[in-house]
Design a protein around this ligand. Structure first.
Ligand code: GRG
Length: 298
């Protein structure tokens, strides 16, 4: 595993590179549509840990992928993530006014603009992946689009969000919550590794192994998120905390208790790191990420 200070510096450098890539992709216009581009830029350039983009570039590094291609794929995943946050914060969903330590998109702009900014980020992510600038091989580009669309839509993130809304009035048990979280949060985390493997034309075995790693850290990430909602400091976390309990929502923490939930997250993080054995030292940054995910404070 990389030393944590070194890892955090690498995470920050990668976040800067992703922000620069997004900045270069989200070009302002002279036309009256510019307000939606401003909202897209507001929600995607301002902060965030950039965990998913890090997974894309660190996975791509295992297979010697060109950095520019990896950063474009990383930016596409971050666009999907930012769109989901914008829509999740809307009054019709979580109705939040704080995200990444500042006003949510619909507060900084207005509700209609926030809906459009989310829609446009969602669409643009696929345009970026389908662009020959991302990869010269059309088959690779098609595979990138297929993987990201499956992870983002009804069988992945959107489906998970639908179950989350259902859970507001229905009690779910641990297997049902696990499925919800694997779809809502885990699918995008898993596909981030997958995009790196697709870009690198990785073998089925390597792709499958990375998928197992991503599967475990996805769940560990969500348990850590549930713990932060209970124990985190609002200012440090950058969003409202205590929301799950206030909404009476069943989470891993409400079902297992704080101690068992933390234990479970740590078991998953260790298990995730074990999957990486076949990659040797090249996977050290992914090992460090698995550690970071369960020990983060925001
Ligand atoms: C509205 C289509 C639609 C989907 C929403 C992912 C999601 C589904 C909603 C986000 C709400 C949420 C708090 C989910 C829990 C886990 C999560 C995705 C946390 C935020 O991700 P981080 O911690 O955020 O990576 P940063 O700001 O660091 O990028």
């Amino acid at each position: 595993m990389t030393d944590q200070t070194e890892f955090l510096a690498g995470l920050a450098d990668n976040a800067d590179a992703v922000t620069k890539t997004l900045d270069g992709l989200l070009i302002e216009s002279d036309g009256h549509e510019n307000r939606v581009i401003e909202a897209m830029r507001y929600s995607s350039l301002g902060g965030g840990k950039r965990v998913r983009p890090f997974l894309v570039t660190a996975s791509a590094d295992l297979f010697g992928v060109d950095r520019r291609a990896a950063l474009r794929a990383a930016a596409a995943v971050e666009m999907i993530h930012c769109y989901s946050l914008i829509h999740d914060d809307l009054p019709a969903m979580d109705d939040d006014d704080l995200r990444r330590g500042r006003a949510t998109c619909h507060i900084a702009f207005d509700e209609a603009t926030a809906i459009l900014a989310g829609d446009a980020l969602l669409t643009y992510a696929f345009e970026v992946l389908a662009d020959p600038e991302t990869h010269q091989d059309a088959r690779v580009r098609a595979d990138l689009v297929l993987a990201l669309s499956q992870a983002s839509g009804h069988a992945g993130m959107v489906g998970g969000q639908m179950i989350d809304l259902y859970a507001e009035d229905h009690e779910l048990d641990v297997p049902e919550i696990t499925r919800l979280q694997r779809m809502k949060t885990g699918a995008l985390i898993a596909v981030s590794c997958d995009l790196g493997a697709i870009l690198g034309k990785a073998s089925e075995h390597a792709r499958h192994t990375l998928h197992n790693y991503a599967h475990d850290i996805g769940l560990a990430f969500q348990i850590a998120d549930d713990l932060l909602d209970v124990e985190g400091d609002e200012e440090e976390v950058g969003k409202k905390t205590g929301k799950d309990q206030a909404a009476g929502k069943a989470t891993f923490v409400s079902l297992l208790g704080v101690e068992r939930a933390r234990e479970q997250a740590e078991i998953l993080s260790r298990q995730a790191q074990e999957h990486l054995e076949i990659f040797g030292e090249k996977a050290d940054s992914l090992r460090s990420l698995a550690h970071f995910i369960v020990n983060r404070r925001s």
